[in-house]
Design a protein around this ligand. Sequence first.
Ligand SMILES: Cc1cc2nc3c(=O)[nH]c(=O)nc-3n(C[C@H](O)[C@H](O)[C@H](O)COP(=O)(O)OP(=O)(O)OC[C@H]3O[C@@H](n4cnc5c(N)ncnc54)[C@H](O)[C@@H]3O)c2cc1C
Length: 71
Amino acid sequence: MRGYFTNDAVVVATESRTSSPVRIPRDAESLQHPQIKNLYPCGEGAGYAGGIVSAAMDGERIANMIALKIL
Ligand SMILES: Cc1cc2nc3c(=O)[nH]c(=O)nc-3n(C[C@H](O)[C@H](O)[C@H](O)COP(=O)(O)OP(=O)(O)OC[C@H]3O[C@@H](n4cnc5c(N)ncnc54)[C@H](O)[C@@H]3O)c2cc1C
């Protein structure tokens, strides 16, 4: 790949990690786990994001929901 393949590179390899292949269930309205109250599955590990921006947006959504609940 032009600009990347160089003798100065420390490591040349493909990025092999992918986003989480599983998704923790989450109620579409409350954003909580359907069976575990006050558990808010969120972000990449829970299966609701695939990158930096989508993880941030999902976190913001959950934070807003929790703020609405406690404030
Ligand atoms: C090598 C690599 C390159 C990437 N490049 C890009 C890119 O170029 N563009 C892009 O959009 N995305 C990229 N991503 C994906 C992006 O980094 C993730 O999708 C995003 O960071 C997920 O955010 P998150 O908040 O869901 O999870 P994370 O950022 O993984 O945050 C989870 C947090 O929970 C903490 N934690 C874990 N267990 C516990 C515990 N038991 N108690 C307390 N805290 C705990 C961890 O320490 C961590 O801080 C890349 C990922 C990797 C691995």
